[in-house]
Design a protein around this ligand. Structure first.
Ligand SMILES: *[C@@H]1O[C@H](CO)[C@@H](O)[C@H](O)[C@H]1NC(C)=O
Ligand SMILES: *[C@@H]1O[C@H](CO)[C@@H](O)[C@H](O)[C@H]1NC(C)=O
Ligand SMILES: *[C@@H]1O[C@H](CO)[C@@H](O)[C@H](O)[C@H]1NC(C)=O
Length: 494
């Protein structure tokens, strides 16, 4: 029996290896779980395997994900969230305990292949007002030292995923070769770089061409992509002409690393991607164009113009699936970064081998996803008194995701009734179709008729046993603000 089993497995292994060989080397994805109905961990791991994805980056190190990843052969970047940085910094023993519970426990033959530990997530974002500036380096030191003491330090490296806002070029000479670490943190950044170098650990940076475009109306659209269509930027400092912001941004980091004495430090791109909803430039078509160009670029040019011979160590796409509980403080697009929808369905054509925009190249959809029943919640057509509608929509949307209703989004442009139905359904699905979640004092009714339009999906949630985390307070506030605006429009049109 045993040998039969092995024979039967052989062809599968061969196919899997062929798929892996065809994929862009060093490619991974970010697996975030801030969703009301996260896909089961086993489904996610199968989804990664079916698509030949060999690397995954986490935002926390939860037992579910780690158990599902055990034995999968997928390389993992485990993670320590920002809210644990102060504890990790204050006490080497806390760091040793963390390593014991989250790394050592899974670090065995047939367990989880942990390659990196992410210490914090973009801890120097200006939005955090400097609250993590003192803690990050000591936390990094304590974690790497704990890994070293545990005898795992040559296999497992601690690193800090940083936003690309930790470096810039001076306004007077805005070219990549003039890149330096941000002046308010240049001391701590230099110390971090030195510590990483001492431990042969990589620098990790998140690069977002979409945000360059979103944050500046003057930003030339084509410079966000890889079609050589952008207005070329000539850098006299290194003789390179840049035609896309990804390379320009990456090489600004290379210059900052050089200035800190470590120009050849390995670099991981911790996050890069394009969202598909919540802004007029967050569309599936532009995401397809962005990834088509990025993957082709990674398949053909391994380094960057300033370091042509040195391969980017790894590139993690952001993200795997849409997350309907992410904070929308950065923008409504925040919940739409997935290369897959919330249910593991691909959104657009994508070829992970980077062979250009090959016709019909599709990601493999998730298998074994169970949905709730085909029931939607919509505005009751017989509802008489609509006086409370604004208030009810407000309530629904502060507890569910209505970001697709906004300007430039897929569900924008419906009439007031369409808006109401969308909000009621979003809430009903988030509440896993509980009867009492589709009432709104008689204003709403369940229906078996799909209210979706050509552009706008009224979704059915997936069935999942995972307990959904409560939304962060910031999410509720932002949603309330947005809906307060929507309500004004709605009321005035009623
Ligand atoms: C940072 O400071 C601003 C303005 O003082 C404040 O509104 C915000 O809540 C602070 N953020 C954090 C994370 O402390
Ligand atoms: C709506 O969902 C269907 C699958 O249920 C998908 O095929 C379609 O692309 C989606 N449309 C949009 C605009 O997201
Ligand atoms: C529907 O909601 C969106 C976003 O909340 C808003 O921009 C739009 O004006 C609303 N439409 C109507 C007709 O009220």
């Amino acid at each position: 029996m045993a040998s039969l089993g092995r024979v039967a497995l052989l062809p599968v292994v061969v196919v899997a290896m062929a798929a892996a060989a065809a994929m862009v080397e060093g490619l991974g994805v970010n697996w975030g779980t801030q969703a009301s109905h996260p896909l089961p961990a086993k489904v996610v791991v199968q989804l990664l395997r079916d698509n030949g994805i060999k690397k995954v980056k986490l935002f926390e190190t939860n037992l579910d994900a780690m158990s599902a990843l055990a034995g999968s052969g997928i390389e993992v970047m485990a993670a320590i969230p920002n809210n644990m940085l102060h504890d990790m910094a204050a006490d080497p023993k806390a760091a040793r305990d963390w390593v014991k519970r989250n790394v050592k426990r899974f670090d065995f033959d047939g367990g989880v292949i942990i390659k990196y530990v992410a210490v914090g997530n973009e801890p120097f974002l200006e939005a955090y007002n400097g609250s993590f500036i003192k803690a990050t380096l000591p936390a990094l030191e304590n974690i790497q030292n704990a890994l070293n003491d545990a005898g795992a330090g040559d296999r497992i490296k601690a690193t800090v995923p940083l936003n690309a806002d930790v470096y810039n070029s001076p306004a007077k000479n805005p070219v990549p070769s003039a890149g330096r670490f941000r002046s308010d943190i240049s001391g701590v950044m230099t110390d971090i770089v030195k510590f990483l170098a001492k431990n042969k650990a990589p620098f990790t940076v998140n690069i977002y061409p979409f945000l360059s475009l979103y944050l500046s109306d003057d930003f030339p659209l084509d410079f966000a992509f890889f079609d050589d269509g952008g207005p070329p930027v000539h850098d006299g400092g290194n003789g390179v002409t840049y035609t896309n912001v990804f390379d320009a941004n990456f090489d600004t980091l290379v210059a900052a690393l050089r200035a800190a004495g470590h120009g050849d430090m390995p670099v991981i791109v911790g996050e890069v991607g394009w969202p598909t909803d919540g802004d007029r430039r967050a569309t599936a078509a532009l995401a397809e164009r962005f990834y088509g160009g990025l993957l082709k670029r990674l398949a053909t040019t391994h380094g960057s113009p300033a370091r042509p011979g040195q391969r980017i160590e790894a590139v993690y796409l952001f993200g795997l699936v849409d997350e309907d509980r992410k904070s929308v403080a950065p923008g409504s697009f925040e919940r739409h970064w997935g290369i897959f929808r919330y249910d593991g369905q691909p959104k657009y054509g994508m070829d992970l081998a980077g062979q250009g925009r090959r016709a019909n190249a599709r990601l493999v959809p998730a298998k074994g996803v169970e949905y709730l029943s085909r029931t939607w919640c919509a505005l009751n057509p017989k509802a008489g008194d609509l006086g409370k509608l604004g208030e009810k929509i407000d309530y629904a949307c502060s507890n569910a995701d209505c970001t697709t209703l906004g300007y430039g989004s897929t569900c924008n442009g419906m009439d007031a009734r369409g808006n109401a139905s969308y909000a009621f359904n979003a809430y009903y699905q988030t509440q896993s179709q509980k009867d009492e979640a589709c009432d709104f004092q008689g204003l709403a009714l369940p229906t078996q008729t799909d209210p979706s339009t050509h552009a706008c999906n009224f979704t059915i949630q997936i069935a999942t046993s995972a307990a959904a985390p409560a939304p962060e307070p910031g999410v509720v506030v932002a949603a309330l603000l947005m809906l307060a605006l929507a309500q004004l429009v709605l009321l005035s049109s009623c």
